[in-house]
Design a protein around this ligand. Structure first.
Ligand code: NAP
Length: 270
């Protein structure tokens, strides 16, 4: 018998932790439904979307590398994600077959920072890819001050400052850090299989926060160096769980269970 399902699509996809997260919540709530992994190459994306659009059991999908930009051309965009964040990570199927694209990364990223007042605060962001777009969108909404982007491709990063109306500059990856209140790594550097992110954290003030979006490994070299300096840190699982929680509610119509994050983190790091 068929039952409602959602999935995560990407290429590669075996590394995705989304099935573990959504599966944990489905079981915890006793909801009928599945959350799967689908390997979809760039060439097959349009076919995948057309096929799922006519499947009434399909609630939607999360979208990961390399489809976050391409999928915007294939779905409806009532929230103007194209004109704002510029990358989609979630597609929801309406009962009539309409597909709505959205982005839960920005809110997921910001959730662990929500209690802070970042207005006017100088921040530094490493990276200028899809994740950086969500980060910069959220930081612009928080009215942060001067933004220093460290990125391999400077032009791309300059474009993002302009897109999000941020005052700041772009510097090379090996430039000295500014005295930022918040340092975010939104690049792939430090991820398993990628080069390390070697930053000298000494210019950061003692109350700075270091936030790494990379969650494989969870304790990245950057977070270890920040902890060694006594700085507060936020790891990539906070954002991963935060963005998944918003998507889960959109797919399955129920909020994830409360008070189970420690159990979920243990499952994700086992
Ligand atoms: P992306 O669009 O491919 O962007 C990758 C970024 O990393 C770009 O800025 C790229 O620089 C830089 N980069 C990659 N390889 C590099 C290298 N060898 N040397 C220097 N710079 C390099 O990827 P993304 O979607 O933004 O994802 C970036 C990271 O964030 C990944 O580790 C992903 O797992 C993580 N992420 C985590 C969450 C979460 O929920 N925790 C959510 C989304 C993403 P160029 O601009 O020069 O190409």
């Amino acid at each position: 018998m068929s039952r409602p399902f959602a999935e995560v699509i990407g290429d590669p996809i075996t590394q995705s932790k989304s099935p573990l997260i959504h599966g944990f919540w489905l079981r915890a709530l006793g909801l009928e439904g599945d959350y799967r992994r689908a390997h979809v190459t760039a060439d097959a994306l349009a076919h995948y979307v057309a096929e799922r659009r006519i499947d009434a059991e399909w609630r939607g999908c999360n979208v990961t590398i390399p489809h976050k930009l391409a999928v915007m051309e294939l779905v409806e965009d009532p929230g103007d994600i194209r004109g704002t964040i510029g990358a989609m990570n979630t597609v929801i199927r309406q009962k009539d077959g309409a597909l709505i694209g959205t982005n839960t990364d920005a809110a997921g990223f910001y959730a662990p920072l929500a209690e802070l007042d970042l207005a006017g605060a100088p921040v530094a962001v490493v990276g200028a890819g899809g994740a950086a777009r969500a980060v910069l969108f959220a930081l612009a909404r928080a009215n942060v001050g001067y933004v220093t982007i460290l990125n391999r491709s400077p032009l791309k990063a300059m474009g993002l400052l302009a897109t999000f109306g941020l005052k700041g500059e772009v510097v090379a990856l090996d430039a000295p850090l500014p005295p930022a209140a918040l340092l975010v790594n939104s690049s792939s550097l430090g991820m398993t299989g990628q080069p390390p992110l070697d930053l000298d954290l000494s210019p950061l003030p003692d109350d700075a926060i270091v936030y790494d979006l990379v969650y494989a490994p969870l304790q990245t070299g950057l977070l270890k160096a920040a902890a060694a300096r006594g700085l507060d840190t936020v790891d990539g699982l906070d954002m991963l769980i935060g963005q998944a929680a918003l998507a889960f509610e959109l797919f399955f119509g129920a909020a994830p269970p409360e008070g189970r994050d420690d159990e979920l983190r243990a499952l994700l790091t086992a």
